[in-house]
Design a protein around this ligand. Sequence first.
Ligand SMILES: Nc1nc2c(c(=O)[nH]1)N[C@H]1C(S)=C(S)[C@@H](COP(=O)(O)OP(=O)(O)OC[C@H]3O[C@@H](n4cnc5c(=O)[nH]c(N)nc54)[C@H](O)[C@@H]3O)O[C@H]1N2
Ligand SMILES: Nc1nc2c(c(=O)[nH]1)N[C@H]1C(S)=C(S)[C@@H](COP(=O)(O)OP(=O)(O)OC[C@H]3O[C@@H](n4cnc5c(=O)[nH]c(N)nc54)[C@H](O)[C@@H]3O)O[C@H]1N2
Ligand SMILES: [Mo]
Length: 772
Amino acid sequence: MSTDNPLKPYRNPAGGWGSVKAVAGILIQEHVALHGSAILSHQNKPDGFACVSCSWAKPADPHLFEFCENGAKATAWEITSKHIDADFFAQHTLTDLESWSGLELESAGRLITPMRWDAVTDRYVPTTWQDAFDGIANELQAIDPNEAVFYASGRASLETSYLYQLLARMYGTNNLPDSSNMCHESTSVALPQTIGSPVGTVTLDDFEHTDCMFFFGHNTGTNAPRMLHQLQDARKRGVQIITFNPIKERGLVSFANPQSPLEMLTPAQTQISTQYHQLRIGGDEAAIAGMCKLLIEWDDAAQRDGTPRVLDAAFIAEHTEGFDRFAAAMRATTWAEIERRSQLTRDALGAAATEYARAKSVMVLYGMGITQHRNGVQNVQMLSNLLLLRGNIGKPGAGICPIRGHSNVQGQRTVGITEKPELAPLDTLKELYGFEPPRNKGMSTVEACQGVLDGKVKAFIGLGGNFQVAIPDHQVMDPAWRSLRLTVQIATKLNRSHLLHGKVAYLLPCLGRIEVDRQASGEQWVSVEDSTACVHGSHGYAQPASELLLSEPAIVAGIAKALLPDNPLVNWDAWVADYATIRDAIEQTYPDQFGDFNSRFRQPGGFHRPIPAAERKWKTPNGKANFVVPDTLDEDADMPSVGPDVLSLMTTRGDSQFNTTVYTLDDRFRGVHGTRDVLLMHRDDMARLGFAEGEEVHIATVSTDEVGRELGGMHVHAFDIPPGCIMGYYPECNRLIPLSHHAKDSLVPASKSIPVRLRPASVPRRPASTVI
Ligand SMILES: Nc1nc2c(c(=O)[nH]1)N[C@H]1C(S)=C(S)[C@@H](COP(=O)(O)OP(=O)(O)OC[C@H]3O[C@@H](n4cnc5c(=O)[nH]c(N)nc54)[C@H](O)[C@@H]3O)O[C@H]1N2
Ligand SMILES: Nc1nc2c(c(=O)[nH]1)N[C@H]1C(S)=C(S)[C@@H](COP(=O)(O)OP(=O)(O)OC[C@H]3O[C@@H](n4cnc5c(=O)[nH]c(N)nc54)[C@H](O)[C@@H]3O)O[C@H]1N2
Ligand SMILES: [Mo]
């Protein structure tokens, strides 16, 4: 690393000229400047394609350019004119490629030929599609279906996802983990218990009616930048935006609209957050408890004094259960505990609770800072408790809004990609397709990893994604993949997961969503569901990277035809010939959700799936919205009691990456340039622990097992983050997360609070027995 300080404070708003410069740069880097900018004009338009980056809602009346800097980067990355052909693998063995960084692997370009790993030469060699399908089928037929795992990453369309879950179930397994197991599964477990819906209740319309928004643990300017338009409009109406985040994220501080000529020419920018609370990592439950306690006590006083109630007593009486127990628990929680765990003062929480009480309609929005914790499920339930206190669910401008990750991750769950059999319409599938679906629980992401370690998993099929890198504990997991009998990766770009292969391995390149998808009946449309349960059509515009590519539905159908016995009720070829027939099948399977699917999905703005909780219909076992009492406010309850040198590490995305795909080493909004090997910590912690600015350190996980999880070559920098907290990048730090360190009920890896110690690079490691 150069001796220059890589941290240069970013003082500009999110968006603005910096965004325009970054878009132009990535188009040039991927050699697609001219046709790339033409293709971008179709992004997120009713007649165009749904962006492959985030899952934020797409409006019916889009802006001239309805994309953000990061969406443009994702497009350029996919339509790149760089390709990987058979020559590339002739030059590089997989062992050689293991020394390449993720950025170098993906930068090599699009995969264009189906490949099989050749054990003798340790290279991927070209194969035909039919040989690949037959080879995969042979391997799968030789094992028990419950020894195979069918992972999905969250980008594949509703059509592909429906076929994929059917393939797995007809073969005989519910082992259908997806990326939401590492992401919003805490939401999917928490909300059915509280409001009877696994997804959020907020739609785009609500942004126009809300008085107040609470943001928890989401880096909006980087990870859902198009939402800044809604936030900016809301701010112009005087809406309060109250943010809880250990870090001052640029997009939640201020924003200049790169699509507004006026704002680009003048220094105009909108202040986004009206209150910004930098709480301790894992301090959310305590902070929310503090606000709930105040609201309940203010309401107690109002009843005593005969002044207007603070809580919505009528809503609580008619719609909810568990209030008394919850109120008692909040009254009993002490301020000492709340302030210690959240590192926020009673006054600060009072200011937030005051705005909450003043507003007629409040929305809560949240991301990975809430879900990726040991208490991820309880965090979400506390958010729900806060909203229920004033009836802030099921009225205009109010509701809960989990900001989902991948562009169709919510939709994949909707059409049956789930390891939980109770969430899949097994009886309907049985009736429609005349087979006996498996009824046993399948494996989630963490369980699949454990299965690989234990030898219970023998085959892994990945529909997109970079599973082996996205998961925790690389040191433990990496060697285990070699013992698998079969690995199959369906992908657009080369990544490290493709190098960590089984004894038989296939790498199958597919069309991306931005490319024209021609089948027997002509050019195809697909569909995706966004974070607001709104379903949109998507049609590709770019010419395919190669004639050899198959679409994802065609690849799934190819494997299914080779693997499964003939079934007169299932015509895979007809589905591939015309995706409208897959949509008909989805409608038959979910008539309440997808009525008139084919005639509605291309309408501007898409169509909304009905969410009962948004209409105050509670699909919970008791038919009520439930207050849930947290069993503890202690995020780190599973950790050994540790000394003052232990810090809590969060692993997050930078501004120039999409998950494991790192476009450049810069994280502009946080002011980090040219490196990701940094750890950002409080100045006082650096002084207390004796580290100089920029010093090289080793970082090691504090855990109870014998695995020495550590990372060298990291540099510490002073940053505006609460004492005791430290930030590093995902996926570089994933090797530090123990597989067993996950949310209690949802099994989401707790990637936002890893107990760690640092030591100077020159000090040798302690023996394993003294790691604690
Ligand atoms: N450009 C781009 N867009 C993306 C992605 C991408 O990688 N790049 N990824 C997509 C995916 S799959 C997802 S899931 C989303 C992820 O979007 P985010 O949910 O924003 O995920 P992270 O980048 O991990 O950032 C988490 C945020 O939580 C904060 N945080 C950390 N710990 C805590 C805590 O204990 N409490 C609170 N209140 N805050 C905390 C961090 O400071 C950070 O601001 O974005 C999606 N969109
Ligand atoms: N430490 C830490 N770990 C985390 C997280 C964190 O915040 N911290 N976040 C977690 C979260 S929220 C998520 S969602 C996961 C993400 O985990 P994944 O979804 O598994 O990973 P991605 O990086 O999104 O996958 C990128 C790869 O997908 C392939 N791809 C891209 N487009 C397509 C396509 O259209 N079709 C197909 N078939 N393949 C395609 C490309 O080959 C690319 O290399 O990571 C999780 N891991
Ligand atoms: Mo995600």
